[in-house]
Every structure is written in structure tokens, then in C-alpha cells.
Design a protein around this ligand. Structure first.
Ligand SMILES: C[S@@+](CC[C@H](N)C(=O)[O-])C[C@H]1O[C@@H](n2cnc3c(N)ncnc32)[C@H](O)[C@@H]1O
Length: 822
């Protein structure tokens, strides 16, 4: 229940007569009072014909399509190249009208012609005329100086409505006569002012919606009833937050500029809606959108520090500026007035103008990514211009400035458009790097919208791009992407359910369905789409496993895989992707010698099965700690065996660490090296429940066998047990060192080199096609593989990592990407 009543002097507004919760429908208006603009180029052409007195041809095959509808018409007919005169194009703007008012002048003339055509030809049956004429418009009863548009922005409307009526008068006398009878010029002028102050997109005027005032922190939004049916004008007013009985209901008249700082928003509303905004956000001194880098703290032109170099990220990923000052800078708290006094103000203002103009034109043609059918061919020129603007905004205005965020939003729109286009046309999946970049951008955008603390959900601005990102992730098909796609969808599910309209709701439901289906086919999800540990598959005995499929071998494989899982768990504890491995020496003379030396008990845990199998090395992912993407578990374990642990836990220190001071031969300070090694031992070798194998292994490192173990040929007597299928790099490294056998837990769908993506474990063929001779040093004889051993546990471990980590870790990679934009 609502009521239109006085809001402030001379103005009415819409008020709630009951409490509304977020998402409640407040009211629906199925039809507008009138539509003072054509809906299509065809309608505009017909209007033009009627106006100038030409016969209207009925040529439905030939349509010129208005800019921005992606070259598709509603009935999917192929567009024609025939250019037909539209009313809009026929309007000649008088030379004394300022460039910035050309659009509104043409809009007024178009609205006037629409009004006259539906009135002047005798079809004056509109019962709603009275209601239309009661809507708000600037009267001639001026409150301020009539000649100054600056002191009273409504003067623009008064002035232009008079000029438009003059134009219509003159051109009606030139037309075939019907319009010359039109007399009611005073009323037409009113109508044009009403159009200027009240119309929604498409020239729609509503009985109640046109009574709703604007706020830069709106508590309601207007939702089109059905996304497929935009032109019917049926709309719903929906509460964006809790609204109490008696409160005024506000919507936003701004598009993306709603996210701008106060100065910009007020300027925009003055220029395009002809009023000085008096909303609470505009009159408050708190303006989180106004974060601008201080020109005094950041004198880029004198220190030669570009903002790119001047930006760093703190632990939370928030932007910090590098330049430091000893005294507090008064300009850091710069008000717009203070900024005006700065040397850089002119540059900043002109950059602002450039970016604003770009946002204005670009957002009009913003694409809808929720529906794949709308994917457009991306225009390379557009992309280049957009990229230039993103970098301009971030360099000049700062990483946190609202212009940077809005430019990033447009950029993301474009990126998703081209990914979607590629997927549709070439069936090509996007590069993981591009997807990760899109997710980074989306995450930043959420942070930005949240920082503004508006009533409106972030879904309002980020709904479509979130759907776009989720769609891309779901299409990638691998488990991790599917999972993150579903998470992004959940983020906006609520918003879409209340505000998204039918079209978006359908897309979100379809994507969730696709995710569930995929998940189930992977055995990942139960009926409700909740994840469930994957059931271990029957052990695949590998391409070259030769008959050792006995239960004894199975127990042994699981035994060593548990060690690998144990290593992976330790990696998880210190924030690494939990992949772990062990290298097991098998049936090697060294084992017997060691046994003899230890009084026949190299393996004192009484487990005979393992007697001829001893763990000689282990490794866990160290990618994050070492900032080295090659430090995968397998490489670490190989390295550890070959160097007797000397280089396995090395920290790749940044270049600026002094390498002359107590470093070992690898350039790593020995103290750090020792501490890292000790950390590993403490974490898992020195645990009270550590199996004897580990302790033996530790002992072996320092005993006389170490040298013999270090020989490269040792790998031909070694098996590697790793929790996840080796990636291409590791699979190839294992072939190079000549490993005998590799046993792994879960598959690595995206990067696996042992069957998933490539078959690098298979023997390399000599050029003549013959099998490789055993002692050929250049071609790998290959190695046996066994997959699926304790697979469920391996998957569970990985899942627990991704449950708590960002999709796009490692962190420094994310920062690198962010830096690119800031
Ligand atoms: C669509 S009408 C809204 C209803 C109007 N107040 C009435 O009396 O019918 C738009 C006009 O309301 C006024 N208005 C709406 N929101 C405003 C705001 N936040 N600050 C100042 N004026 C506002 C402006 O004069 C604007 O042209």
C-alpha cells in the first residue's frame, strides 16, 4: 500500500503505507499512461512518414535497426542494409542550441510529434490526458533568475520546450496540412516539460512511477516485468531494503553514475534531470565514493612516480600508496574545493570529463551477458579504447577511485562478451588466465560497491557480470571452476530472485542445473547439489603395470599413498595447495645392506610387506612459500633425493636480499635453509606418531648411503606415490630422471601429464617408429602408472583447500594482476 502525497514544498512523492521487506513488490503498473517515443527504427520511420505526409509503406522485411540492439530484431529476421528515414534523423537542431542540449531538443521534438500524431489526427481518445497533465513540470513561475541556467537548471527545460514548440509549429505548417489545425501549443509545451522531467527510458510516462522521487541511496528499484517483453512497459516497484510505514520511497534516476562521488552525481543530475539533488547522500559530508589520490602526497609529475609504481597492497589486498610523508598532509582529506586549488586539478578534471563522456556513451550500449544469444562480436577498436580508459582512470584517478571501478566494470563486460562469443562460435574454452583476471576484477568490483554502503545490493550493478563470470566457469567444466561458478551464482541468486526479472532467473536456474548435472556425473554432488566425497574408483592398474595387481601390491600402494597424503596434509597446514608425494626405493641392494647394518631391521615397524620398499624422499607443493611456480611436490622430492635435502626446501629470496652474507652455495642463507628443514622435520618427521619409515629415511640422509642414493640412476629403482596426477611438467621430469613407476590418487583433468591431457609416461618413440632401446639416453623408456589409489582422500584434501582459499591464489599473482590496472 502506498500513497502519493506532498514530500516538500511544490513536490509530491510516493510514500509507504505499510512496512516492506527487501524484495517485496510495492506496486505494479502494467501500462504506462503514454509512450512519447517510438520503440524501433521502423516505428520512427512510420512516425516520420505520418508527420511529413508520406504514405507509410508496409515493408516488414526492411528494417533499419537502432544502434545498440546488437543487430538483432525481435523476430530474428535478417537485418537489411536499406536505410530509411527516421523521425529522429530528420530533426535539424537550430544552430543557437548548445551542443550538450542537442539530445534533449531532439527528444522533445520527437515527443511532440508523437503527441500530435496521436492527438491531432482526431484520435484524441486518451482518457489519461488529465493524469499526464498533473505530473510535475517546471512552470513559468520562476523561482530564480529566468536567464541563468546555472542558478536554476529547470530553465534549460523551459527554454528548450519553447524552442521545440517553435520548431514543431514551423514544420507542421510545411507538412501536408493535417497538423496545421493543431492549436494547443501551450499544452504541448507543458507536455514537453513533463516528458523532460518524468519520462522513463523509451519515453514512458506512468501514473504512479512518475511520482517517485530520486535518491542517490535509493530504497527501491523498478524491475521490468518480463525481460523478454521489454516494450510492453509493464514494471514493478520492488523494495531494495526494509522500508517502514510512512517512509518515502525513492528510486535512482542515475545509471552507473549512482556510484560516483557527490560532486559528480549532483552535476550529472543537474545536466540531465535539471534539478539540484537534495537527497540524504548528497547532503551528507560522508562520501566514500570520493576517494581521490592526493596530488600533494602523490606529485607524480615531480617525483616521476607514476601511480602504478606508487600503489601497493596491504595484507587485506587494500590499496596503499607508497610515498610517505613525515608530516600529515592536509590535502589527504581533500574536499572538492581543496582539490580545485591543487596544481593537478585541471588535469584531473579534464580526465574526469573524458571518462564521464565515455561512460555515458558506453553504458547505453552495455551488453547483457546473462543470455548467450546476446553475445556480440567484440569490436576491437572499442576494446582498445576501453583499455586506454581503464588505464587512464587507474593511473590518474587511483585504484580506488570510482571511475576506475566503473571503467573496470565496462572492461569486464567486454571481456565476458568476447569470451562468450568465442565459446559460442569456436567452442573454444577461455584461457584460465583470462578467467582468473575476470574473477579478480569482479572481486574488486564487489569490494568497491560494498564500500559505498548503499541500500542497493551489489547485484544491481554486478548481477549481469556475475552471471557472465559464473557462466564462463560453469562452461569450463572442471570441478574447481564448476564449484566457483556455483559460488558466484549463489552470491546473486537472492538478488536475481527478487529483482532480476524472468530472463535472468531462467539463466541462473539453468546454470545451477548445469552445475548440478555435471557435479552428479562426476559423483561430486548429492541430489541437492551438495558436495560429497567422491567414491574411490576401482584401481586402474596402469598401461604398463605388469601383472602386479595382487592384493599385496594394493595394500602396499595404499600404505605409501597414505604417506603421500600425510605430506600433503602438512602442506595444507602452511597454506600450500595440498599435494604431497614420497619416493620409495624398491628392491635395491642398498636396502639389504642397510638392513644388515641396522641388525636386520631397516623397517622396524614389523610390516614385512614394506621390507623391500623404503621411503627415500618426500615432497610437498612449495609454490607459495618459494614464489616459484615450478616447486611442485614431485620436483621437490626429486630435488631432495638428488641433493640429500640441501636444496629441497630452499626459499627463493627476492633479489634484494644480501647474498654475500652467510649464504650457502645456492644463494640461500644457511640459517634460513636450516630453519626450513627443521620446520619440516618438526611438523611431521618428529611427530610421536611418525612411522619408523620416516625416521629411517631421516637417518639415511646422513649415513653412508646418502652418496649412493644421490646417484641419478637410482630413479630406475624408485616408485613415486603422489596424491594428484603429475602435471605435464612433473610427468616429463619423472620421465627424464627415469622413474620406474608412478602411483597417483586423483586425476588432474586440466594439466595432467599421465593420461588426462598428455601421455608423457608412455615410451617415447624413436624417429623410425621403433621402441626405444633401454639404454638410449635421449628418449624416455616411459614408466608404469597406477591411478585412483586413495582417490577420495586426495580429492577431499584438495577440496578443503579450495573451500578456504580464493580461486585465484597465489596471492602475489593476484597482486600482479591488480597492479596492471592500478
Ligand atoms: C519524476 S518527478 C518526481 C515527482 C515530483 N517530485 C512530483 O512532484 O511529482 C521528478 C522531479 O522531482 C524533483 N526531484 C526528484 N528527486 C529529487 C531530488 N532528490 N532532489 C530534488 N528534486 C528532486 C525534480 O524536480 C524532478 O524533476
Amino acid at each position: 500500500m502506498t500513497q502519493v502525497r506532498e514530500s516538500w514544498e511544490g513536490h509530491s512523492g510516493l510514500f509507504a503505507l505499510q512496512d516492506f521487506e527487501k524484495g517485496d513488490s510495492i506496486l505494479t503498473e502494467l501500462e504506462p499512461l503514454i509512450k512519447l517515443a517510438p520503440s524501433s527504427a521502423e516505428e520512427s520511420h512510420q512516425l516520420y512518414c505520418r508527420w511529413v505526409g508520406l504514405p507509410v509503406s508496409d515493408d516488414s522485411e526492411t528494417k533499419s535497426v537502432p544502434k545498440g540492439n546488437n543487430g538483432r530484431n525481435n523476430n530474428n529476421k535478417v537485418n537489411t542494409t536499406t536505410k530509411r528515414e527516421t523521425l529522429w534523423d530528420s530533426i535539424v537542431v537550430p544552430s543557437d542550441i548548445d551542443d550538450s542540449y542537442h539530445g534533449i531538443f531532439k527528444g522533445m521534438v520527437q515527443a511532440g510529434v508523437t503527441w500530435m500524431v496521436t492527438t491531432g489526427d482526431g484520435d484524441s481518445t486518451r482518457s489519461d490526458d488529465d493524469k499526464i497533465l498533473q505530473l510535475y513540470y517546471p512552470t513559468d513561475n520562476n523561482r530564480f533568475d529566468d536567464n541563468s541556467a546555472d542558478s536554476d537548471p529547470e530553465n534549460v527545460v523551459r527554454q528548450l520546450s519553447k524552442q521545440a514548440v517553435e520548431y514543431l509549429k514551423t514544420s507542421s505548417t510545411k507538412s501536408s496540412g493535417e497538423w496545421s489545425k493543431f492549436q494547443d501549443w501551450g499544452m504541448l509545451e507543458k507536455i514537453l516539460r513533463i516528458w523532460a522531467c518524468n519520462s522513463f527510458q523509451g519515453g514512458l510516462l506512468y501514473d504512479t512511477f512518475s511520482r517517485v522521487n530520486h535518491s542517490c541511496n535509493p530504497n527501491a528499484v523498478i524491475v521490468t516485468n518480463s525481460d523478454d517483453d521489454k516494450n510492453t512497459g509493464g514494471q514493478r516497484l520492488v523494495a531494495a531494503t526494509k522500508i517502514q510505514n510512512g517512509e518515502e520511497i525513492f528510486i535512482s534516476y542515475l545509471g552507473l553514475f549512482l556510484y560516483a562521488d557527490t560532486t559528480t552525481r549532483r552535476k550529472k543530475l543537474k545536466q540531465t534531470k535539471y534539478f539540484e539533488c537534495q537527497c540524504q547522500r548528497c547532503t551528507s559530508s560522508h562520501d566514500p565514493a570520493a576517494q581521490t589520490p592526493c596530488p600533494t602526497c602523490h606529485p607524480r609529475d615531480t617525483t616521476q612516480l607514476s601511480l602504478d609504481e606508487d600503489v601497493q597492497y596491504d595484507d587485506e589486498g587494500d590499496v596503499q600508496y607508497v610515498s610517505s610523508r613525515t608530516e600529515p598532509c592536509s590535502n589527504c582529506l581533500s574536499t572538492p574545493q581543496q582539490l580545485e586549488n591543487q596544481r593537478l586539478d585541471k588535469v584531473l578534471i579534464s580526465v574526469n570529463e573524458k571518462i564521464y563522456a565515455f561512460i555515458d556513451t558506453y553504458q547505453g550500449s552495455t551488453k547483457d551477458f546473462s543470455n548467450g544469444d546476446n553475445a556480440t562480436e567484440s569490436n576491437e577498436e572499442d576494446v582498445a579504447v576501453l583499455e586506454e580508459h581503464v588505464s587512464l582512470a587507474s593511473t590518474m584517478m587511483g585504484a580506488k577511485h570510482w571511475t576506475t571501478s566503473v571503467m573496470l566494470l565496462l572492461h569486464l563486460n567486454n571481456q565476458l562478451s568476447s569470451m562468450s562469443q568465442r565459446m559460442l562460435t569456436t567452442q573454444e574454452l577461455p584461457e584460465m588466465e583470462d578467467v582468473a583476471e575476470a574473477i579478480d576484477t569482479l572481486q574488486r568490483l564487489y569490494q568497491f560497491v560494498d564500500s559505498l554502503q548503499l541500500h542497493l545490493d551489489a547485484g544491481h550493478i554486478l548481477g549481469d557480470v556475475t552471471i557472465g563470470v559464473a557462466r564462463t566457469l560453469v562452461s569450463l567444466g572442471d570441478e574447481k571452476s564448476q564449484k566457483y561458478g556455483a559460488e558466484w551464482l549463489s552470491k546473486i541468486e537472492d538478488y536475481v530472485a527478487h529483482f532480476g526479472g524472468e530472463g535472468r532467473q531462467k539463466v541462473v536456474a539453468a546454470l545451477k542445473g548445469a552445475w548440478k548435472k555435471h557435479g552428479r556425473s562426476n559423483g561430486l554432488l548429492d541430489e541437492d547439489g551438495r558436495s560429497e566425497a567422491k567414491k574411490p574408483k576401482a584401481v586402474d592398474r596402469g598401461d604398463r603395470e605388469n601383472g602386479d595387481a595382487s592384493s599385496v601390491a594394493k595394500v602396499r600402494d595404499e600404505h605409501f599413498m597414505r604417506h603421500a597424503l600425510h605430506v600433503a596434509e602438512q602442506a595444507l597446514r602452511i597454506g600450500e595447495v595440498p599435494v604431497g608425494c614420497v619416493i620409495v626405493l624398491t628392491d635395491h641392494p642398498l636396502i639389504n645392506r642397510a638392513k644388515a647394518e641396522a641388525g636386520g631391521a631397516a623397517n622396524s615397524n614389523g610390516d614385512d610387506l614394506m621390507d623391500n620398499h623404503v621411503v627415500v624422499s618426500h615432497g610437498a607443493n612449495q609454490v607459495n612459500a618459494t614464489r616459484d611456480a615450478t616447486r611442485h611436490a614431485e620436483i621437490v622430492a626429486i630435488d631432495r633425493l638428488l641433493t640429500n635435502g640441501q636444496s629441497s626446501d630452499q626459499l627463493r629470496l627476492p633479489a634484494n636480499v644480501d647474498s654475500r652474507n652467510g649464504n650457502n652455495s645456492l644463494g640461500i642463507p644457511e640459517s634460513i635453509q636450516a630453519a626450513r628443514e627443521k620446520q619440516w622435520e618438526d611438523v611431521w618427521i618428529n611427530r610421536p606418531d611418525c612411522p619408523t619409515h620416516w625416521k629411517n629415511l631421516f637417518g639415511w640422509r646422513s649415513n653412508q648411503f646418502a652418496e649412493e642414493l644421490r646417484s641419478p640412476g637410482i630413479f630406475s629403482s624408485c616408485e613415486l606415490f603422489v596424491t594428484c596426477e603429475p602435471c605435464i611438467m612433473c610427468a616429463s621430469a619423472l620421465a627424464t630422471v627415469g622413474i620406474k613407476r608412478v602411483v597417483f590418487g586423483c586425476k588432474n583433468d586440466r594439466f595432467g601429464g599421465c593420461g588426462s591431457l598428455l601421455h608423457l609416461h608412455q615410451p617415447e618413440q624413436a624417429e623410425n617408429g621403433n621402441q626405444v632401446e633401454p639404454n638410449n639416453a635421449f628418449l624416455s623408456p616411459g614408466y608404469a602408472i597406477t591411478s585412483g589409489v586413495l582417490e577420495a582422500e586426495a580429492i577431499k584434501l584438495l577440496q578443503s583447500f579450495y573451500d578456504r582459499e580464493n580461486f585465484h591464489a597465489p596471492d602475489d599473482k593476484r597482486k600482479e594482476k591488480e597492479k596492471k590496472y592500478c
